[in-house]
Every structure is written in C-alpha cells, then in structure tokens.
Ligand binder design. Sequence first.
Ligand code: ATP
Ligand code: MG
Length: 423
Amino acid sequence: MLANLHNADIPRPILEVLRRLRELGFAVFLVGGCVRDMVRGVPPKDFDVTTSAHPHEVQGAFKKVIPTGIQHGTVTVVIGGNHVEVTTFRSEGDYHDGRRPSSVKFESDITEDLSRRDFTINAMAYDPISRELVDPFGGQADLQAHVICCVRNALERFSEDGLRPMRAVRFAAVLGFTLEPATRAAIPPTLPVFRKVALERVREEFVKVLLSPRAESGILLLADTGLLEVFLPELARAESEAARLARTAAHSAPAEVEIRLATLLADLVSGPLARDIGIRLKFPNKVADTVGLLVEQAALENRIGEGDPALRRLLARLGLGQLESLLAVAHTRIQVRVPERLSDFIRLQERLRALAAAKPPLSAKELALTGGDIMATLGVGPSPIVGEATRFLLESVLDEPSINQPEKLKELLRAWQAGKGSA
Ligand code: ATP
Ligand code: MG
C-alpha cells in the first residue's frame, strides 16, 4: 500500500508549503481524507496540511495568508493563485452540545491531532518529503479490511459529536466498507446526541449516501441503526416492502440529488409532503420545489392512455426543463415496481419528448395575444375578466396549439364573450 503513497501526484503548491514549513523547523504533514485516498490509490479531491506551527507562524512563513478560521487554527496560504489550507495540530476541549467543541488547544505532536479525528482511516498523516506515514490507530489495516472504525472509544466519540455516526454510514456507503461492530453498536445509544445536530449538516452527509454507488445499502444501514428515523421518519416508518422498493428505485436512478430524492419518496408521500421534507432538510427552496413537483407527477404509468391535450397540461405544470428529470424518476420507478408497463412507458416517453420538441405554448406569456390585446378585444380595462379570458385562451391552446395566432384567438375570444353574455 505504501507504494501508492510514493507514487501519488501531490500538487506543486502543496509540496512548496510542506517544504517551507519544514525548512523553518516545524513538523508538517498531509492529513485526513487525502492520506486515506492516497493509501487506497485513489486521487485525492483536496489536500489538507497540518503542522506544529501556530497560525501566526504560518502567516509569517508565506507572503499571502488568509486567516480563514484562525481561532480554530486554520489559515489559507495563497501560493501562485492556489489556496492551501493549513491547520495547526490541535486537540479539542469538551463538547457541550454534541455539535462543536467548546474550545481547541494547539498541540506540538501529530498523534494528539490524529486522536481527535473520527475514524482510523481518516486519522493518518503522511510526510511526502521524508516518506513517513503516521498511523497510530491502524488506519491502513482498516482500509485493507474495508472497515469504518472509530478512533479510540466509539461511544465516547459519538457522544462528543452527533454527526459522526452519520459520517460513519456515509463513508461505509461511499467506500463500500462495513462498520466495525463496536462502532456500529455505539450508534443506537448515542441517537439523543445525533438528534441535536443541525439538519443541514445531516442532509449534507445524507446526500453523499444518496448519490453514492451503494445508496441502497447505505440507506438500509441508516434505517437499521436508527439514524433515518431522526431525519426521515416518512421512510423509516414505511412498511418494509415499500421501503425496500423505494431504496432499490432510488439506487437505480441517475445520480442527481433531485432525481434520487424524488424517486425515493415518490411512492411514500404526496408531492406537497415531499416538498416539505426538502424544506425541513434545509435543501435550497428550488431543490425542494423540484422534488415536490417530480413526486407529484411521478406515476406516469397512470397516464399511458392520455391524449395530447392532457400531456401538454402535464408539460405546462412541469416546465419543459424538468421533463428529462421526470422521465428518469418515472422510468426508474416503473422498472422496479411495474416492469410489465415498461414498453408502454417508453412509448409515452417518446410522445412526451415529441410534444415538448414541438415547443407548444404552455403559459399565458406565450399566447399570441398580450394582456393589452385581450382587453382591447373585449373592450374592457383591467378587471378580473381579463384573467378569466387569459385562462380560457391558454386552455384552448393547450387543447390545440395551432390556434395560437392573433386573429384566431381574437375570434375565439369574441365568441367566448358572446357566450358569456347570453349565459
Ligand atoms: P471527503 O473526501 O469526503 O472530503 P474527508 O475525510 O476529507 O472526506 P472531511 O469532512 O473533508 O472528510 O474532513 C477532513 C478530515 O477531518 C477527516 O478526514 C477527519 O480526519 C476530520 N474530521 C472531519 N469531520 C470530523 C468530525 N466530525 N469528527 C472528527 N474528525 C473529523
Ligand atoms: Mg475533505
């Protein structure tokens, strides 16, 4: 495994930071996720540097340093336009609320720093200059054995920071690892601490599980450990077969958050409730709205016999930009739940795509008459009847898009007005 480390491509600016701090006599290492990934032979997403130098000493060692989170020991060194995060070795004080340490203490020893980290595989440090790997908790062995194991005592670690159990499941899902038995056993008794974690942080980890190549087993593990009940009771309390189908479908859907979340929820909750769940999990409003809409319309297998006007109304409700997402949700659900309807669905899909490609008028602003034209034709000023007339025209063009021409619409409008007068 060490061979991977020595061959890893470490970006030049990172090496420059390591060399400079070393020259000044400080201990300095790569740490955390990047070391884990290098040991696995996977290119790291980003490189974190940790050092015995205090933040002001790091500031003194480079021309440009941004004091990103200086009170927690983190500064950002700007080197040739690149940003390198450098954090002073630290240990953490007591955790009062199961969320954040109440204080941090700078340390001179790398092992102290590693011992505050969550899992053994994340608690390794590597110095690429001396080629020294610091692995006091057996991270390499756990990487080889494919297990997620807390550093030191799992119950204590999960009691300190309620997010850690969620991270344990996230790493298991993303890496395809299992939870070491004591780590897993520590989750249920520490759920009261997990309940205190901000849902935004929980959601960030949940999204990583949902988008991982092992979403299905990841969500099952969330359910089995009791974590899911805390933030997604709608799924946790679903009947077991319904929950299984939901997981399988979500797992099979394209890995986009709106699509996977909508596929997961589509057969468990209504559109409005799906939207509320999105809001509760602190997704951006736009994401919650999309998930709500996709869930509301997901059961396309029920629309197979519908005519073009009904399908155009579906497109109008959905917005053309969301059609492919809806098709992905529906396709995945149908494949998992009603595979015998798949060929009918494929035909419906082609019809919907053809209708959308024809770019029919789907909203009032696409009508061939403006509000002003409508008022002039009716001979009225601004009044509720204008809205009524607009809706009438839109319904008419949804039925038959070819009539969306000024003269035809005016004619239609006059007939509508005459009909109202006599009614
Ligand atoms: P990813 O590749 O997903 O970014 P990562 O390991 O880099 O994985 P981060 O959340 O970026 O994960 O955290 C960086 C490092 O900080 C971790 O590897 C771990 O050592 C430490 N860490 C992060 N969150 C916690 C936590 N809640 N408790 C203890 N240590 C943590
Ligand atoms: Mg990271």
